[in-house]
Design a protein around this ligand. Sequence first.
Ligand code: HEC
Length: 109
Amino acid sequence: MKLTMTKALAALCLTVGMMSSAQAAVEGYKLYQDTCAKCHGESGHADNFRGYLYFARNFNSKEWQQKMSDADILQRINQGPRIMPSYEKSLSDDQKSALIRVIREFGRN
Ligand code: HEC
């Protein structure tokens, strides 16, 4: 019985592992919408109530995109500047890289 459980668990981990790479882009976008959009706006413009209220940055700005390295963005996600919560512990490294890719996509519009 114990062995079957272990096997089942291993199979589950494998499936989840494969899914996560294939769906990373989609997941990242959903994660952004669920976690970040309330302040940074659905398309990163910070053009919503909280965005104005908290003076959140416009991620679509070319200057902003050029100024910030991926490491800078990661550092902000971990730190949580000003009113922004820190996501250092609550998000995995994979989730953080997915979010950085989403933020970079905003710069291409
Ligand atoms: C409670 C509102 C709020 C939430 C939720 C939030 N942020 Fe922020 N964020 C801010 C504020 C305010 C700042 C500081 C002003 C600024 O630089 O935009 C900021 C700054 C940033 C910066 C740095 C901008 C810069 O130029 O230094 C990044 C990158 C960022 N947020 C990404 C995210 C990501 C990714 C998420 C979701 C995991 C998130 N934020 C969730 C409010 C929020």
